[in-house]
Design a protein around this ligand. Sequence first.
Ligand SMILES: [Zn+2]
Length: 334
Amino acid sequence: MFSLSSGACRHLIVFDLEWNQSSYNPNHRMPHEIIEIGACRVDRDYHVVDTFSRLIQPRLYKRLDKHIKKVTGMTEEELAGGQPFDCVFADFIAWCGGDAQLVTWGRDDFPVLRRNAAFHQCPMPFEPPIDAQLVFGSACLGSLAQQMNLHAAMEHQNIVLEVPAHRAVYDAQCTAALLASIDKAVLAMPEDRRAQLHATIEKEARIASSVLLSLPTRHVYQTDALADERLMNIACPKCGRRTAFDTPWFDSGREKYMALSRCPQHGMALGQMHFKRAQSGALVMHQRVYAASEQEIDDVRERYRLYQLTPPRKRHHRLNMEDAVAKMGAKPNE
Ligand SMILES: [Zn+2]
């Protein structure tokens, strides 16, 4: 049994996704569209006992992004022969069975899976996965800050698997091939470092359950967007209801904003937000909200205290402002 999996679950399911996107015309409800789900089931000795590999017919982005085409070697014709997301995802859930502990390499796949499921109005029965890349860094490279890509990690552990790279199921198999040595390294860690790793895994799971929002706004200036009360509301990540600010949105550095807001039922939520500019010149707000730990609450309050001591003129920077104003033809106070 993988020492890092929680409880007495029966299977470890290692999964990997390939997705496509459009840099010209992204849909903010689903900026990354999954085109393939690959997975393998491993037994207690980390042997692969079954695999799952399915292509998904895209609904939003029918042309493959040039880079993704190159990396995966997939073609539009191949994808057109895939099945719709809701069918493939339902089959995947059934294939996983109950009590599955998911494992991925890296932290990106799960939020993309959640967003795709929400877009297609599919149920999402999975808890956040264990990020094997994070565990590998901590246990095999000696630091939580160390990150290695999957194939470098294979090389590092002297594991050779004769499979073509960058197809979802093969990447899942590579990750599975690393689990035994990762687990061995975890068990050899000193107690305090293992506790630290567990705390980080717990935090990553909370972040992976974040509510993610990408909302196009009509604003050119961040200060206007920040003054837009409806836009700045934080919904409770557990119940979706409106929360009351404990610490308002403030610039925590480099135009990344933070806030704390309380749900009377579920406690404090931590919000993180930044803006990007759409082709039109208007700002797109990207927000992430998740349940805050006691330590995070203290940390954000302390940052806010320091922020209030910072002279206002140093607080706001301008984000390609001249370009945006020229594009929108907007006046500063509009
Ligand atoms: Zn709530």
